[in-house]
Design a protein around this ligand. Structure first.
Ligand SMILES: [Zn+2]
Length: 285
């Protein structure tokens, strides 16, 4: 048997034993139904949502130009409705890119600070033409979508999108379901981020639809807030006790969260990012 054939057999065996082979996620594109008029768009490890009504479609993060072109064709073929609104969760390029593809003929909406970053960083996307600061309600085909700014969290322009009829909330990057926050917490604001998650906990919904990973519930939001509080509190205390970053990486185990995804890979990076955050806003004796 050749080496290649053996590898192919092994992959088949893995696929049979634990579902889809690992590489399938790298290229996967799909639109799946969530609830009511709400659907989820997947492009590999990134997700957004779309609301499909009689009066047209509201789409969210386009992810990138190629993904957006695929989604546009899928919407035309499957639903036959025009795209009326394109809403960005925040300015980061891995979610907002490709807006020029989906936004053509639609109203492009984002937080006021997202517009500033999109223009300033020359993001490869459509510049939002409608911006807001606190809250904006969009009505489409008898459905309401509430766009809500919760303060600084992951970026200074992250919004959540509430679909009351579907009892669903689309929240990207600042709430992770059953896993740690991403790597070293780039473009983060603490402790503001924790306050933003608390505001989500106080909202009325059942399904938490994140920008990465599986759909969760409010319990996942609470668990994520508890993790962030523990990380923030323990890194702050360790800094006050005079520990170095290297010491913190071994002393702060966050063991009660070891069941969460990426615990092994990202715990130390999370500590590193939080140490950087805390160093910005404290001065020892
Ligand atoms: Zn982001």
């Amino acid at each position: 048997m050749t080496h290649t054939a053996r590898v192919a057999l092994l992959i088949t065996a893995l696929a049979l034993s634990c579902g889809a082979p690992a590489y399938a996620e790298d290229t996967k594109r799909a639109v799946t139904h969530i609830q009511g008029d709400l659907y989820r768009f997947q492009n590999a490890f990134h997700f957004s949502v779309l609301l499909v009504t009689e009066a047209g479609v509201l789409v969210t993060d386009p992810i990138n130009a190629e993904a957006a072109a695929w989604l546009k064709a899928e919407i035309a073929e499957r639903f036959g409705k025009p795209i009326r609104y394109l809403v960005y969760s925040h300015d980061h390029a891995d979610h907002s890119s490709g807006g020029e593809v989906l936004g053509e003929g639609a109203v492009v909406v984002a937080h006021e600070n997202a517009r500033r970053a999109i223009v300033g960083e020359s993001r490869p996307t459509a510049v939002p033409e409608v911006t807001f600061n606190d809250r904006l309600t969009i009505e489409l085909g008898g459905k309401r979508v509430e766009l809500i700014y919760l303060g600084n969290s992951h970026s200074d322009n992250m919004i959540v999108m509430h679909f009351p009829a579907e009892r669903a909330l689309f929240a990207v990057d600042f709430i992770s379901v059953k896993r740690l926050p991403y790597r070293d917490l780039s473009d983060a604001y603490f402790p503001d981020w924790i306050e933003a998650v608390k505001r989500v906990e106080a909202m009325d919904f059942d399904l938490l639809v994140p920008g990465h990973g599986p759909i969760g519930t409010k319990e996942d939001v609470t668990e994520h807030r508890a993790y962030l509080e523990a990380l923030y509190g323990e890194v702050l205390q360790a800094a006050r006790d005079g520990q170095s970053l290297e010491q913190m990486k071994s002393s702060i185990t966050l063991a009660e969260f070891s069941h969460l995804g990426q615990y092994g890979e990202w715990r130390e990076l999370n500590i590193e990012g939080m140490y950087r955050q805390i160093s910005l806003h404290r001065r020892g004796n």
